[in-house]
Design a protein around this ligand. Sequence first.
Ligand code: ADP
Ligand code: MG
Ligand code: ZN
Length: 622
Amino acid sequence: MTTNDNKRPQKVLGTYAMIAVIAIFLLNIFVLPTLMERSIRETSYSEFLMNLDTRQVKQVEFDTQSYTIYYTVQAGERVQTCKTGIINMSDELVDRIYTSGAEFGSAIPTQQSPLLSLLIGLIMPALIFFGIGILLQKWMAKNMTGGPGGAMSFGKSNAKVYVKSSTGIKFSDVAGEDEAKELLTEIVDFLHNPDKYRDIGASMPKGALLVGPPGTGKTLLAKAVAGEAEVPFFSISGSEFVEMFVGMGAAKVRDLFRQANDKAPCIVFIDEIDTIGKKRDGNMGGNDEREQTLNQLLTEMDGFDGSKGVVILAATNRPDSLDPALTRPGRFDRRIPVELPDLQGREDILKVHAKKIKVSDNVNFHEIAKAASGASGAELANIVNEAALRAVRDGRRFATQADLEESIEVVIAGYQKKSRVLSEKEKLIVSYHEIGHALVAAMQSNSAPVHKITIIPRTSGALGYTMQVEDGEHYLMTKEELENKIATFTGGRAAEELIFHSITTGASNDIEQATKLARAMITRYGMTEEFDMVAMENVSNQYLGGDSSLSCSLETQTQIDQKTVAVVKEQHQKALRILQENISKLHELAKYLYEHETITGDEFMEILLKKQEVPANAAVSD
Ligand code: ADP
Ligand code: MG
Ligand code: ZN
């Protein structure tokens, strides 16, 4: 990692030397002569003769090359050097000078002090340029660390360096994510007390990879590490390595690690590492620059001594696209999952962010967290902020529970669309559709399936909207639960069919989700007898939506399609049956929703259970 770095200062010095030499030349040719000439008075030849006659001339010297006579004149105390042109160099003139008592000698001032002229002509400019050089270098050094580099900083990593708490973010600002915090705390602790670990012989992991869906707080966690650690913290984004010129990315990696090694113990954080860490595939015309950068990164990570205390953190939401060489132990030994927050985590995150705004005392964060199921940390932060904005819009001084609830819908489904007015008929269809979903769900699970249903159109395009609740956390789902879910998805369309004997486009999203689920049951969860436990589909990008690709023969694909249709069809029939059995409740609830436009889970259950035998027996499927 030396050649490139050593050349640069040499080149810079060379440039300075050139400038200095040129400047000295110019100084000597133009400036100094005129400086010296200034003290010499040019006189007429007759004045010279007159001075001779009055015996005022002390010394005379002939410069035969430039046909000039230099002479000094005593005027009182002062000695003045003068010059005049030679008219005629005759013996007569020499005699005349001799008789005047003047000496023949050195009257040209430059020859009076050769040392001084050397000083002025050579050493002084050298000193001046030396000084300027030092200043320039200082200025450049300042530009290279921190801040976007100027034209001089090619190949320099523009990593931002933080020292303790300059980010102001602490672990306490990150709610939930306890496992991630614990692992990171250990790293911070190691950097503070390395001896404690060395005594046992433990060595710190060289690197830790934060993986998780977008908005779960990966970048935030890294910033918190910077805020807690009392060591330098280099932060750079993967995309900053990508440059216009081939080889620059690699040079930047080298520079970053050189800096890190100088500053050890320290932490290097590479955000969005997938930009440079993608798998190297055998594709023709691959991205050479990216590959070089990655290779350099791999080499550097091997190259430094773990006990020195350089810890590398990286974050990505595409862990499966990373090159296996990068994620192997010895490089990123630790993989820290930063998942979507659970109920408790969501509540904590809401509370952390609610500290930044004014909220009324009686806000129940538990309820909000329940309603915002599936929301990421970033979305929760957004929800709190939206609530504050809504309060301001309404001229209130603090946000209320209602603000928070409304803002969940804003963040998830978009703003209320005031301009879109549904016709009465459409509104009725949407009411039945939404109640259809909820009723099918309720009959299958015997509990409030929804937090809230509204039929106010949203900017996202949804005409109605159902907020589901989770009762506790689910990590496993049984086959029956999955089937019930599909039935619930089909419930909306089933209600339309049952009541209006016609179908609408409103179910497109339901269809998509039901299909996805049914397909996953067959291709990924091994829930059919025929395929047993064989994976028919590979999922990549699990944190970004999860693209899947089929990995089976064409015949099997046909079978999968047929089975998917069969599963959905069966559940659709079940939903129709459930609604048929409870058609009076369907009418009642839909009417209520139509009139009120919004119905809460509690209201829903109240109407459902009113003067009716408990619908438990209806819930038993098949
Ligand atoms: P990413 O995982 O995509 O890097 P960020 O760290 O940038 O996500 O998070 C974006 C924002 O979301 C943060 O600035 C913070 O306001 C909020 N946030 C995310 N997770 C949390 C959390 N666990 N606690 C508090 N705030 C969070
Ligand atoms: Mg991020
Ligand atoms: Zn629907």
